[in-house]
Design a protein around this ligand. Structure first.
Ligand code: JFZ
Length: 456
């Protein structure tokens, strides 16, 4: 770049920093209360998880061997040494990556935030890290800052940008990277394996990397940690990290995997206020009932987080829509995963499911966004959600006799189909239920929403 251009850029960047609050300092940013800070997240309900890294090139296959489970664990499961594995970051060149297109697919699906793996267990960083050369700018031929492009695209589209960061690092010599030069037993997740230098990795690598993510990419909605199970990581480190993040960006939300002391279904049984980050993270499962803490269920569309073409075990769109409703009816958020391939494309099967979910959320979003958990036990035909003086009955199994039976305690003022507000449905209260006269066919399958305006 010419010197004059460089000066112009410098001035522009300085101006931008001042105007957008990108360079957040302790004094300038208003510190919100916990409820204010969590408000956007509690309303959002539906987000996109993106698992993308050098493992996306591998697709879970090495010769004839196929990794079991998540293909983002390729380095571990396919027995790569640290040196052997480095070939993949050196190949990372996803020329079809289009941040705006990714963000549009999330937004059209009805998702309100995106969480991307800035660095997964493999250790390869998808941003321009000054702390490391094992990143997209220095090791990979791609030389584009993925985190930058995605954060800018999110901001443009009004999607909240969030980052996943792995505490586990199979590449870093002071983490799990150099324990066994030719074969890393820690990669097989043996909790007895420790690296006495881990505190140095924590202090001189992990924290500075997290700081880069929180300093150079505008507001970060959530920092989503993972890998806290390794013995080297301590509760004290978790506390330090949590406070460190809140000092840089006071209003950022942090998941419970920042902490080691979680109980039950990945922190779901932690009492409110007990240190465990800001929300619980049940993985690949939905709790039976709601719970007193904030929580987010993360889930894959097939059985893998990272790209794995051999996994064709896709959940149906109908199933995914019902899962979204189920989660919201229990007061949670749904973080649904995409594993883009090594070229930067979403799998076609994922795109189709996102589109189906978008068609449904576009019509029925009123019953999802900003809604809270059902005040009633789950009915046989589906789920309830609630917002102010309105109750929503999400019907999965449409009644064959055209009579929908609601909870007897409901005091209704007016009942309609959510997608047909002009036509009031007849409703009748009996001693055991409230019966609503609905059309014979489900108009918005797989889930039709009946809107019940409540009497005071
Ligand atoms: C982790 C990762 O190992 C995996 O690759 C993926 O990124 C996933 C979202 O998170 O796997 C976990 C982490 C935590 C639990 C289970 C699997 N847990 O607490 O039950």
């Amino acid at each position: 770049m010419k010197i004059v251009n460089r000066l112009v850029v410098l001035v522009l960047v300085t101006l931008l920093n001042v105007n957008t609050g990108v360079a957040q300092s302790k004094s300038k940013v208003k510190k919100l209360s916990d409820d204010e800070r969590m408000a956007w997240w509690r309303d959002a309900k539906f987000g996109m998880f993106i698992h993308w890294g050098a493992y996306s090139i591998i697709g879970g296959e090495r010769g004839t061997k196929i990794a079991g489970g998540g293909a983002e664990w390729a380095m571990d499961k396919l027995d790569y040494t640290v040196k052997d594995y480095e070939q993949f970051p050196k190949m990372f060149n996803p020329t079809l990556f289009d941040a705006d297109a990714w963000v549009k697919m999330a937004k059209d699906a009805g998702m309100k935030y995106i969480v991307i793996t800035s660095k997964h267990h493999e250790g390869f960083a998808l941003w321009d890290s000054k702390v490391s050369n094992y990143d997209v700018m220095d090791t990979a031929p791609f030389k584009r800052d993925v985190i930058k492009e995605l954060s800018v695209a999110c901001k443009k589209a009004g999607i909240i940008f969030c980052v996943y960061y792995s505490i586990v690092d199979w590449h870093h010599p002071q983490a799990q990277g150099n324990l066994y030069p030719n074969y890393n037993i820690a990669q097989h997740d043996d909790p007895s394996v420790v690296n006495p230098e881990f505190p140095q990795y924590f202090k001189n690598y992990m924290k500075p990397q997290v700081k880069e993510l929180l300093t150079n990419y505008g507001d970060i909605g959530v920092v989503w940690f993972d890998g806290d199970w390794i013995s080297d990581y301590t509760t004290e480190m978790g506390k330090e990290l949590y406070n460190f993040i809140r000092e840089i960006q006071p209003n950022t939300i942090v998941n419970n995997r920042v902490d080691k002391g979680r109980t039950g279904m990945d922190g779901m049984n932690n009492k409110p206020g007990q240190f465990a980050g800001d929300f619980g993270t049940p993985e690949q499962e939905i709790p039976d009932t709601g719970i007193a803490t904030d929580w987010e269920a993360c889930m894959t569309m097939n059985g893998t987080w990272g790209y794995k073409p051999s996994d064709t075990n896709w959940k149906s769109s109908e199933d995914l829509i019902e899962k979204l409703v189920d989660i919201v009816s229990k007061g949670g958020n749904f973080l649904l995963n995409i594993g883009p391939d090594g070229f930067g494309r979403f799998p076609a099967e994922s795109i189709r499911r996102l589109e189906a979910m978008g068609q449904w959320t576009k019509k029925n979003g009123e019953a999802i966004y900003g809604a809270s958990a059902s005040p009633y036990e789950k009915p046989k035909w589906g789920r309830y959600t609630k917002k102010g003086d309105v109750l929503y009955a999400h019907v999965f199994n449409w009644p064959k006799d055209g009579l929908l039976k609601l909870n007897k305690d409901i005091k209704f003022k007016k009942v309609t189909l959510l997608t047909n507000p002009g036509v009031a449905l007849n409703a009748l209260k009996t001693s055991s239920e409230v019966v609503v006269d609905v059309p014979m066919m489900s108009p918005d399958a797989p889930v039709t929403v009946v809107k019940i305006e409540l009497a005071k």
